[in-house]
Design a protein around this ligand. Structure first.
Ligand SMILES: [Fe+2]
Ligand SMILES: [Fe+2]
Length: 162
């Protein structure tokens, strides 16, 4: 099969870093956080909401570490290797946020494991608050990456293609 086209070989294909696939994942994260926020306040209304929140938390606990690892191993080094101070500062901030978010998530997992439905009011209030804090922090983190991290990587890739 000959699918070579005139002039096509002269232009270098824009490299797409595999870690950029993570951008699509932020849509999933944001959707899941929205659902989490909607049902977190109902945690003690019906058992199905308590179970739903546990399921959502388990989904985050399963997928978030790998998501962060992909960014830390594939994406962040691209920016760090260029030695641009603003990029280094951004990556340092994001790495710190990853550690904080994982710790927050582990705390919530533990809280949910320690309690059964129906919850005592204090426990329900505490879980609610922790879920809200986690949701806000993760949403903010994803927005920072969407707005700053991926833009920076894409501009480096575009510069490299010139
Ligand atoms: Fe991240
Ligand atoms: Fe991310």
């Amino acid at each position: 099969m000959n699918d070579q086209k005139d002039g096509k070989g002269e232009e270098e294909e824009m490299p797409v870093d595999p870690a950029l696939k993570a951008t699509r994942y932020h849509g999933v994260i944001k959707e899941r956080l929205y659902v989490l926020e909607q049902i977190a306040v109902k945690i003690n209304d019906e058992k199905k909401w308590f179970v739903e929140i546990r399921n959502l938390e388990q989904a985050f606990a399963k997928e978030l570490p790998e998501h962060f690892r992909n960014e830390e191993e594939l994406l962040f080094p691209i920016l760090e290797s260029r030695g641009i101070p603003e990029h280094k500062a951004l990556v340092a901030r994001l790495r710190t946020e990853h550690a904080g978010l994982l710790a927050q998530m582990e705390g919530i997992t533990q809280l949910l494991c320690e309690h059964m439905f129906p919850l005592q009011p204090e426990a329900a209030a505490r879980i609610n608050e922790e879920l809200h804090r986690f949701s806000q922090a993760l949403c903010q983190h994803a927005e920072t990456e969407d707005e700053q991290l991926f833009t920076a990587v894409q501009s480096l890739n575009a510069g490299a293609g010139r």
